[in-house]
Write a new protein. Structure first.
Length: 723
DNA sequence: TAGAGTCGGATATCCGAG
DNA sequence: CTCGGATATCCGACTCTA
């Protein structure tokens, strides 16, 4: 296990910069969070770590919530650092390290004291570590040195006598922290640091998340914050009294392991201790090594974990509802079954996968298909609440881009779904959403599920040697004459001869698969018609007819959702919004989301649709009119990049918020089909993705503020009633 | 490890309207 | 003849699957 306890250099550099600025100005401090929102000193939710850690006397009021250190404190330190360094040189001689720099000693000492460390502790750390020429490095390494000791504290010691020097310096600092935190914060601080998270990170997270934050939220924040990426956090493991599988699952989740990995761990080794499960999860990160939990367990306890758990699992006595019935665990050594594909997925999704997960991913069944047992999931309360959001994009992105998307969408793992399960065509997509997953339902009528169903009477021309039942992904372009030249000779030879040769079959099938060609007459292949594509994607026939040009119709359809797939995932909204929904539809295209909601029978009270393509907009307009919608379609905004907060706030105020933010951002720079500019999310078109979280956050903040106001109104009413 | 699949882009050429 | 829109042609790499 790696050593925990490090300090975010980013925070420190900010701190140092702010420190130097503020020391001279003395102005009311204001910090800017990474999300761009300003935090003022009067807002308790913005209470930064420096304030939390600041030392205060027992009778002193809680430190004022400022990010900058209190003015004047440096005067106390003035000269002490340099004196200390001089003393060390006198004692130990001049160090050989040329980075040893006395000039920064005062500043480093000052900053550490401002951060809340006792001068004595800082002095001890300096004596042990020295000071380099770089202030940031010095502060970071010294703070780590001290905080590592802090993490090992027993914070439950609460005897007043301890303050009088009966415990060490670290405990003195711990008690200072206790004094400067309200009871609730302290409990959370203890709870989260007990998981092994860095005390400074925890303090910082508590400061940002505010008074009402739960332990889960603090952990989430740490993982979601940019800072967390720079900090290697290995949870420490405490013995647990509650040995139920669900409890272990919760604990592992709270420690910050991914949902998928937690599932894998308890699925495979539900009866192992938390400590062992953590080792197993850590081992998953060792991609090139075969890990064997049994061996770990035996090495630690001398007893195999496989003795007793099979029985209890078979009995299913835990009643665990996080996932389908647990399979009997394997005994003996665990082979490293992870293929290179798994490893790539690890990079893409930030987690590793088990055989079951592998199966789910290979079939792209997400949290379960209609009729399956649904795999439920747990989202942090703050993430799982309305407004709901739903983001879609191609599954096969350049490596790491799904991870990037996740980071901007509350670290929710994408649900991999292939429209093949709902229609005749492949369409492997990733969906990041905060929708509930229980109670999903399919919409009727179902689209054709096989090519033969799709082709109707023309199916009789299908040769028996073409074994295709499903189509490949529908793209934005059809086959051209070039394709015909490739297969024309083969087809003509077939016609003359009456049957194809193996080589001809192979060539014909290559192009037929590549361009989704279907048999429309004997020995005659053709690309799908726009009407057939509409059927495949779950739209009504002639949904795009308003465009007239088949090329345009194919293009806008190729960029669209598969309606049945999306409707299945959105179906949970039907019962929740019986009066209808207010929808903010980004990258609307031809209205796949709107059509899905409509087919679900959800009333579209308001749809604010943003789509840059005029042709696609005209399709949605046409559909809206043809289906006689009673709600409002706001279709004035074309470019999400121009959809700024001012405009958005106007709409939010007008409609009192949105219930759903939905959209699939451009995949141009992500699709494997793109040969010239598959550069990832930073590409010219795909960069528009970042507008999704930007807009979503504005909506969430607005809705959150509205909820608070309602709460206030409600409490006011209660008060009146009480009177 | 070979085969298969991918919400595509840039440029050249064609064609019809004015 | 010019211009603009539509169509044709050429362009691999990355990733998953069996």
């Amino acid at each position: 296990m790696r050593v925990s306890g490090s300090v975010d250099p980013g925070f420190l550099s900010d701190y140092i910069i702010n420190h130097s600025d503020d020391a001279s100005s003395g102005s009311e401090p204001t910090a800017v969070r990474s999300n761009g929102f300003k935090e003022t000193g009067n807002d308790r939710s913005s209470r930064p770590q420096a304030a939390i850690l600041r030392i205060c006397e027992p009778d002193e009021e809680r430190p004022r919530p400022v990010l900058m250190p209190a003015n004047g404190s440096s005067r106390v330190i003035d000269g002490k650092g340099k004196a200390l360094m001089d003393e060390m040189v006198e004692e130990d001689g001049e160090p050989e390290d040329d980075r040893w720099d006395v000039s920064n000693a005062d500043t480093t000492l000052e900053i550490l004291v401002e951060m809340g460390f006792t001068p004595d502790k800082v002095e001890e750390a300096i004596r042990a570590h020295g000071i380099t020429g770089n202030i940031l490095e010095s502060v970071s390494s010294l703070a780590n040195y001290i905080v590592t000791g802090l993490n090992n504290l027993n914070l439950d010691q609460d005897h007043p006598d301890d303050r009088n020097g009966q415990v060490g310096d670290e405990n003195a600092l711990a008690l200072v922290i206790k004094d400067s935190l309200p009871h609730q914060d302290l409990e959370i601080f203890k709870q989260v640091t007990a998981m092994g998270f860095d005390a400074v990170e925890v303090s910082k997270a508590i400061g940002i998340c505010g008074e009402a934050a739960t332990g889960d939220q603090i952990v989430d924040h740490i993982f979601q914050s940019d800072a967390s990426e720079k900090v290697e956090i290995i949870p420490k493991v405490e013995p647990v009294e509650d040995n139920s599988i669900s409890s272990k699952f919760d604990q592992l989740l709270n420690m910050g392991y991914s949902y998928v990995n937690c599932r894998r761990a308890v699925d495979t080794y539900g009866q192992a201790s938390i400590c062992e499960l953590c080792d197993f999860l850590d081992a998953l990160g060792e991609e090139d090594k075969n890990q064997d939990l049994d061996a770990l367990i035996v090495a630690r306890s001398g007893k195999s974990s496989s003795d007793s758990d099979d029985e209890s699992m078979e009995n299913g006595k835990e009643g665990f509802d996080y996932f389908p019935p647990i399979k009997k665990r394997r005994t003996g050594k665990i082979k490293n079954t992870r293929t290179s594909k798994d490893k790539r997925l690890c990079v893409s999704y930030g987690s590793s996968i088990s055989r079951n997960e592998d199966l789910i991913r290979r079939n792209r069944t997400g949290f379960g298909l209609p009729g399956d047992i649904v795999i439920t999931r747990t989202l942090p309360p703050d993430v799982g609440r309305p407004p709901y959001f739903y983001f879609e994009n191609v599954e096969n992105m350049p490596s790491g881009e799904w991870s990037n998307i996740q980071r901007h969408l509350f670290n929710i793992e994408p649900e991999l779904m292939d429209a093949l399960n709902f229609s005749v065509c492949r369409r492997p997509r990733g969906y990041v959403h905060n929708l509930p997953v229980e109670g999903r339902m399919d919409i009727l009528p179902k689209p054709p599920m096989t090519i033969q169903e799709l082709m109707g009477s023309a199916a009789k021309y299908w040769p028996d040697w073409d074994k295709r039942v499903k189509l490949n992904t529908i793209c934005t372009r059809s086959a051209t004459d070039f394709v015909w030249r490739q297969i024309k000779d083969h087809l003509q030879a077939c016609e003359k001869r009456g049957h194809p040769l193996d080589e001809e079959k192979k060539n014909i099938m290559y192009w037929a698969r590549k361009w989704n060609l279907v048999w429309v007459r004997p020995n005659k292949l053709a690309p799908l018609s726009p009407e057939e594509v509409e059927k495949c994607l779950g739209f009504d026939v002639n949904h795009t007819r308003v465009l007239y040009s088949p090329v345009d119709r194919i293009k806008v359809l190729g960029n669209s959702f598969q309606v049945n797939t999306v409707a299945y995932q959105l179906s949970v909204l039907k019962a929740r919004y019986p009066q209808g929904m207010r929808v903010l539809s980004l990258f609307s295209g031809i209205g796949g989301a709107e059509v899905a909601l409509h087919k679900l029978g959800i009333i579209l009270k308001v749809v604010v649709s943003i789509e840059i393509d005029e042709k696609a907009r005209s399709v949605l307009d046409s559909w809206w009119k043809s289906t006689d919608q009673k709600g409002h379609l706001i279709h004035d905004h074309t470019d999400v990049k121009l959809f700024d907060s001012r405009v958005l706030m106007g709409l939010l105020n007008k409609y009192k918020g949105f219930d759903l933010v939905i959209g699939g951002s451009p995949c141009n720079n992500l699709s494997g089909n793109n040969r010239s500019s598959r550069v990832g999310l930073q590409g010219t078109e795909s960069v528009a993705f970042f507008e999704f979280p930007r807009i979503l956050n504005v909506v969430r903040d607005f809705m959150s503020d509205m909820d608070e106001e309602l709460d206030l109104d409600f409490s006011g009413l209660l008060g009146q009633n009480n009177v």
